[in-house]
Write a new protein. Structure first.
Length: 257
């Protein structure tokens, strides 16, 4: 039996597939909001499957303008990231357009800063026997939801400046809760003296669908129920990949006491 195992193990051989090279495709990623921070956009390109690095673009001309006539020029900093020199938080109701010029091509994308009702309050409640989760303090949020089907939301949660949902997205829409007053909890335990930050974003339906598509692809496990592998279409024109999102942010903070 030992000899058979040795023989079988010696039959394994590494196979390197000769994959087709399509050529680099521009990838544009931008998320701007009403937060008081510089506007930020990243420009890169796709690479071959076996590549270990992401090619960055350092010589694009990047601007973001709105329908009120404000235009910001973004400047390359490092690793393909472009930032504005000035802080212009997004205004609810305004539409913002990204314009990227690179190698004689122009790529554009537009989104509107959407309205949302502010978060009423947040608090932590100690739960010693929560099913499938350890004992700890769990965050609860109380918020209103404006009437009218079509609103979509995204949440980020932080513990002591660490993003807890870094590897997945918290998203939801108002299909089942339109116009209702909501009480929601989140599945992350906190300890005494932890600093907690909850960020709630009003997002577009298109961005909501994009995030869910990204999550479906990254969670593929090869089972028959997994989403079929595919490229994810964003909202950037002229064949570029990626997404330019405009999000309306409401933020709450507390320290667990």
């Amino acid at each position: 039996m030992l000899m058979a195992l040795v023989a079988l193990s010696s039959c394994r051989d590494e196979v390197i597939l000769d994959l087709n090279t399509i050529g680099p495709v521009v990838v544009i990623e931008g998320k701007i909001s009403n937060d008081s921070v510089p506007l930020s956009v990243r420009v890169t390109t796709t690479a071959d499957y076996y590549s270990l690095t992401i090619p960055i673009v350092t010589d694009a001309f990047v601007t973001i303008g709105d329908n009120a006539g404000t235009i910001d020029t973004l400047y390359h900093d490092s690793a393909g990231y472009y930032y504005s020199k000035y802080i212009h938080p997004c205004k609810v109701g305004n539409t913002y357009t990204l314009n990227v010029k690179y190698k004689d091509k122009t790529y554009t994308a537009s989104e509107q800063c959407r309205f949302q009702l502010p978060i009423d309050s947040i608090k932590v409640i100690y739960s010693p026997n929560r099913p499938f989760f350890p004992a700890g303090y769990y965050l609860w949020e109380w918020a209103g939801e404006k009437p009218g089907i079509g609103d979509c939301y995204q949440w980020d949660l932080y513990r002591n400046d660490t993003l807890l949902n870094d590897d997945f997205y918290f998203t939801n829409d108002d299909q089942l809760v339109d116009g209702q007053y909501l009480a929601s909890d989140f599945p992350f335990p906190y300890k005494l003296n932890d600093r907690l930050v909850l960020e709630q974003y009003a997002i577009s339906r298109q961005y909501f669908n994009y995030l869910n598509a990204v999550q479906s692809q990254t969670n593929r496990d090869g089972s028959p129920f997994s989403a079929p592998p595919s490229n994810i279409g964003g909202n950037v024109s002229n064949g570029a990949m990626g997404y330019f999102a405009v999000r309306n942010l409401d933020r709450k903070k507390l320290t667990v006491k």
